[in-house]
Design a protein around this ligand. Structure first.
Ligand SMILES: *[C@@H]1O[C@H](CO)[C@@H](O)[C@H](O)[C@H]1NC(C)=O
Ligand SMILES: *[C@@H]1O[C@H](CO)[C@@H](O)[C@H](O)[C@H]1NC(C)=O
Ligand SMILES: [Mg+2]
Length: 257
C-alpha cells in the first residue's frame, strides 16, 4: 500500500516535472484564498473545454480553484501533446494543398503562445498564472529579454511549411518598439526567415480582432492568399479575412478579445 502510494507520487512528480527546459515552478496553493467561493465547485476540465471552444468568453482570470490544474496542465506533458497534435494536423492539411508557386501562398502565425511561449513568465512565482493582476511592466521586461522558448511543435511545423513552399507571415499584437528583441527571440529558437513580421503600431489602439482582421485584409489586397492561420486566441482567428482554414492552439492562461 505504502509502496504503491510512493510509486504513484513518483509518477505524478515525473509527469509534472517535464516542463520547458528546467523551468520547474511551484504551483501556488489556493488555501486561505479570499472570495470566489463559488469557483470551488468548478470542474476545471469543463472550464478549460469552455474557454478553448470560445463558449466562455471575456474571462479575466483563471478560477482560483483551477490555478493548480492549469499550472499542471501547462507545465506537464498534456499541453505539449496538445500543441504537437495541432501542429501535426496543420501539416496534414497543408500537405494536401496545391500551391501555385507564385510566392503568394502564406501561412499566418500569431507569436505569443503560438510560436513563442511565455510560459516561463506566466509560471514564475511573481505571476503564478495570473494570481496577481496583469503587470504590463514586468511582461514588457520579459519580452525585451528575448528568451522565450518555442511553443512545442511550432518550429517543426514552420520548417515543414517552408519546405512545402509557403511564405510565412508573423502577425502579433506585440508593439513596434519590441521589434528588435522579437526578431532576436524568433531567430534564437529557429524561426530564421519570413515574408512579413507585422507588429502593432504604437498608435493602433483597436481590439485584437479589429487589428488582426485589418492586417489580414491588407495582405489579401496585396495579392497574398492566406491558406492557413494559426493562433492561441480566437481573436487571432475570427473577424474578416480569417484565411482558408484556422488552427487553434491551447491557451488557458489568458484571454484577449
Ligand atoms: C492538386 O492538383 C492535382 C493536379 O492538378 C489534382 O489532381 C488534385 O486534385 C489537386 N488537389 C487539390 C487539393 O486541389
Ligand atoms: C510590476 O512589475 C514591475 C517590474 O517588475 C515592478 O517593479 C512593479 O512593482 C510591479 N507592479 C505591481 C503592481 O506589482
Ligand atoms: Mg497569442
Amino acid at each position: 500500500m505504502a509502496l504503491s502510494y510512493l510509486i504513484l507520487m513518483v509518477t505524478i512528480v515525473t509527469a509534472v516535472a517535464s516542463p520547458i527546459d528546467n523551468q520547474i515552478h511551484l504551483i501556488m496553493p489556493h488555501s486561505g484564498s479570499a472570495g470566489l467561493k463559488h469557483s470551488d465547485d468548478i470542474n476545471c476540465l469543463s472550464w478549460r473545454l469552455a474557454i478553448e471552444t470560445d463558449n466562455l468568453q471575456g474571462w479575466t482570470q483563471i478560477p482560483r480553484s483551477c490555478v493548480d490544474y492549469v499550472g499542471n496542465y501547462m507545465l506537464g506533458k498534456q499541453y505539449r501533446d496538445d500543441c504537437e497534435y495541432v501542429a501535426a494536423e496543420a501539416y496534414e492539411y497543408a500537405k494536401g494543398l496545391n500551391l501555385t508557386g507564385d510566392g503568394k501562398d502564406v501561412w499566418v502565425f500569431d507569436i505569443d503562445e503560438t510560436t513563442l511561449s511565455n510560459l516561463p513568465y506566466y509560471a514564475s512565482d511573481e505571476v503564478a498564472f495570473g494570481m496577481l493582476p496583469y503587470n504590463s511592466t514586468s511582461f514588457d521586461e520579459w519580452v525585451a529579454k528575448a528568451v522565450a522558448p518555442a511553443v512545442p511543435g511550432s518550429v517543426k511545423l514552420y520548417e515543414q511549411l517552408i519546405e512545402l513552399g509557403f511564405k510565412i507571415v508573423f502577425l502579433t499584437g506585440t508593439k513596434e518598439p519590441f521589434r528588435t528583441p522579437r526578431i532576436k527571440n524568433l531567430k534564437a529558437v529557429g524561426y530564421t526567415e519570413w515574408e512579413k513580421l507585422i507588429l502593432k503600431g504604437e498608435n493602433e489602439h483597436g481590439s485584437a480582432v479589429v487589428y488582426k482582421s485589418g492586417k489580414r485584409k491588407e495582405l489579401e489586397e496585396a495579392g497574398y492568399r492566406i491558406r492557413g492561420n494559426m493562433g492561441d486566441q480566437w481573436s487571432d482567428l475570427i473577424g474578416s479575412n480569417p484565411g482558408d482554414r484556422v488552427f487553434k492552439l491551447p491557451d488557458p492562461m489568458y484571454y484577449i478579445a
